[in-house]
Design a protein around this ligand. Structure first.
Ligand code: GEK
Length: 229
């Protein structure tokens, strides 16, 4: 029986291992998220990690940000994630202050922000609601502030889609997943993870107000974009 994927206790327990084995480039994106955050963090501002899961990006930002008066707001709507995230931050000891909030990122106020990170989470938001979320982020960013968006992408060319899917499946098999596990995960995610093409991401970020948009990372069917207000 395939049920839709949920961010529950079972997923939270295996999450770090699952995301590393499924998302090519995940560790690089997380490490670079910290470095990018340090470049764009402004004194006395807020840095957001939207869809923080267990706090990997939050912890990377916390390690790298050295601006005075910064505070990180880490948000996820799965309690199984935020409770573990809170625990990881406590275990990490001294560093930039973090508020972990269990809420829908669509309901959270974004204000006085210099850095907003949304890593592999926009893809779970209802497609028609994505522009409004990016507009809210744009409005809440200070001039010169940065938005980092990492996503799984789709391709408008069917042939390219097939080539990238085949390579992604090979990546997951090389990381120990069986054909059955791969196809079950695909069915479970089908209705809840809806990827956009790179072109759709650029168009929507432009529509939200961002003028500078860089594709700073891509591996197979995963990208990370840096958009500056
Ligand atoms: C990482 N960024 O390790 N509001 C809040 N949280 C949400 C919502 C929503 N509307 N929808 C989904 N989530 C992390 C990885 S995982 C990616 C992010 C993945 C949360 C959901 O509970 C989950 O924790 C996270 O978004 C997506 O860099 O599992 O592929």
């Amino acid at each position: 029986m395939i049920v839709d994927f949920a961010f529950d206790e079972t997923v939270a327990k295996v999450f770090p291992d699952m995301i590393r084995r499924s998302v090519p480039g995940y560790e690089t994106i997380i490490a670079l998220t910290g470095l990018l955050a340090e470049q764009y963090a402004q004194p006395d501002s807020l840095c957001y990690d939207l869809g923080c899961s267990l706090g990997a990006a939050t912890l990377a930002m916390r390690r790298q940000i050295h601006q005075s008066g910064c505070r990180i707001i880490a948000v996820d709507n799965a309690e199984a994630m935020t409770s573990r995230c809170q625990q990881h931050i406590q275990e990490a000891g001294e560093g930039t202050a973090v508020d972990v909030i269990c809420a829908d990122i669509q309901d959270v106020i974004i204000e006085n922000a210099s850095v907003v990170v949304i890593n592999f989470t926009l893809q779970f938001i209802e497609p028609t609601a994505r522009l409004a979320l990016l507009e809210k982020i744009y409005t809440g960013l200070r001039p010169g502030g940065a938005l980092l968006v990492s996503e799984k992408i789709a391709f408008s060319s069917e042939a390219e889609q097939q080539r990238m899917d085949a390579l992604h499946i090979a990546f997951k098999k090389a990381n120990g997943y069986s054909d059955l596990e791969i196809s079950q995960k695909r069915s479970a995610l089908e209705n809840i993870l809806i990827p956009d093409t790179l072109e759709q991401h650029h168009e929507r970020l432009h529509a939200a107000g961002f003028s500078s948009i860089d594709n700073w990372f891509r591996c197979i069917n995963f990208v990370s974009l840096l958009a500056i207000r």
